[in-house]
Design a protein around this ligand. Sequence first.
Ligand SMILES: [Zn+2]
Ligand SMILES: [Zn+2]
Length: 145
Amino acid sequence: MSSPSFDPHATTVHAQCLCGAVQLDAKLPSLWLSHCHCQRCQRAHGSAFVTWVGLEAAHCEVRDPQGFLRWYLAETQAERGFCTHCGSTLFFRSPRWPGELHVVVANLTTRLDRAPQVHTHWETHVDWCAIDPNDGLPRRRSEDA
Ligand SMILES: [Zn+2]
Ligand SMILES: [Zn+2]
């Protein structure tokens, strides 16, 4: 099903929540791909970090025939989209990144067109999950993100 590797020739991508009620089909190319270590992502997803892909919102089609998708609005005006049936956290959008939909890479069922490029919010990365110090990716702090 899902694959961690990428295909530079991929032209579309598909994502879905755990129960499959919420689905996304999007056209590539993607805009960027990053591992986010911010505390908001850690808490929203219950994980050490979250890998996100940035997509053109205009190239994304979300299907939610049963109306399970809800958006949690944070005080930062950022919104996190999740499935109220199975609890999967799927999407992020914010006025800070107009025209973009950010999608959780772990929910993809097809390959992306690029590999991860950067660690962001590195100053809050956890010390209980080892990350390869030689992965070659830059470590950015919040102020440069
Ligand atoms: Zn679901
Ligand atoms: Zn984050």
